[in-house]
Design a protein around this ligand. Structure first.
Ligand SMILES: Nc1ncnc2c1ncn2[C@@H]1O[C@H](COP(=O)(O)OP(=O)(O)OP(=O)(O)O)[C@@H](O)[C@H]1O
Length: 312
């Protein structure tokens, strides 16, 4: 098996570059043979992963080093090729994928863990979500897809200069909290028709719809506490008819999953989800902007091989 690393040096406001330097030393000390590639711009992660996978018929372990945006791109490059195995070393702002696959949050510990798992041939299959829509860039997600308020927040965070300031202060995840409070004042809830495995649900004043593959979102919030990434199902969270003040409470309780007890929060599970919106609401997949408006999502069970402990 060949080992590849794809590093986003810009992740976490450039800190990922330093992380790689430290990991490189560990790899050298352990005499591990590997190839490394660096992304230079958006889209490179997918392009490089696809080039690797198309250049070999041997099993290729491709390790993403960066944030959730990096692993999102690399997984999109590897899927649907079965000889590619995706690994992840968290070195970005949010790093929810590492929580989802239970990889240590510390990059060096994550590397040690991955090397051990590779040695033991410890991989397991992982569900992914394919999505498409009239105003959507097609693709798949590994963590979650969101429509509405949360997508608006992640769009603002990604475009924000404050992200680098917060990262410099080691307060990366609080940038989400900052924009949450800001958007809370201006966001207009909208009408949404949700179709889950053929069953229709109408919501009049929807703040957000999140389709989750595992519990974590936005830097450790437990948005879908009982979602599992190997059960062929997504958990769908809808927040509807809620006051602006109570949204704040929701985003506090979401850190331990307590929000699901609120009457304004509906939880569903399903394999094929269609979100129909009356206006062009923003959409994100794994925190990356994918377009806006209506979207169809299908679970592809066990479609991606991931380096992680077997039991989830
Ligand atoms: N060299 C680069 N310079 C600028 N942007 C890059 C580069 N390489 C990749 N990108 C883009 O950076 C974006 C953010 O990447 P990523 O999510 O990995 O980091 P992060 O924002 O620090 O972490 P998180 O997603 O966990 O908040 C992605 O859209 C990715 O395509």
């Amino acid at each position: 098996m060949k080992l590849y690393f794809i590093v986003n040096p810009a992740a976490k406001n450039g800190r990922c570059k330093k992380v790689w330097k430290r990991l490189e030393k560990v790899l050298r000390q352990k005499h591990i043979s590997y190839e490394v590639f660096f992304t230079e711009k958006q889209g490179d992660g997918k392009r490089i992963a696809r080039q690797i996978i198309e250049s070999t018929s041997e099993t290729a372990a491709i390790i993403a080093i960066g944030g959730d945006g990096t692993v999102h791109e690399i997984a999109n490059g590897v899927f649907p090729f079965k000889h590619g195995i995706v690994g992840y070393i968290p070195a970005g702002t949010g790093n929810d994928f590492s929580r989802g696959i239970r990889i240590p949050n510390h990059p060096r510990k994550a590397l040690e863990h991955i090397l051990l798992l590779l040695k033991k041939h410890c991989f397991s299959t992982y569900d992914i979500g394919q999505f498409a829509g009239p105003h959507v860039q097609e693709g798949m997600f590994v963590n979650n897809l969101g429509c509405g308020f949360d997508a608006q927040i992640s769009r603002k965070v990604n475009r924000s200069k404050l992200k680098s300031l917060f990262n410099r202060l080691s307060l990366g995840k609080f940038v989400y909290v900052f924009y949450l409070v800001k958007e809370l004042i201006f966001y207009k809830p909208a009408k949404v028709v949700l179709q889950i495995d053929g069953e229709k649900h109408l919501f009049e004043r929807t703040w957000l719809v999140t389709i989750s593959n595992h519990p974590y979102y936005g830097g450790g919030m437990k948005i879908a506490p009982s979602a599992k990434s190997d059960d062929g199902l997504f958990h769908i969270i809808v927040v509807d008819q809620i006051s602006r003040l109570k949204i704040l409470l929701l985003f506090v309780t979401v850190f331990w999953g307590g929000h699901t007890k609120m009457k304004e929060v509906k939880v569903f599970a399903g394999k094929h989800i269609h979100i129909h919106t009356s206006s062009l609401l923003p959409l994100h997949a794994d925190g990356e902007n994918i377009g806006s408006g209506s979207v169809s999502v299908y679970v592809q069970a066990n479609a991606l091989s991931v380096i992680r402990e077997k039991a989830n």
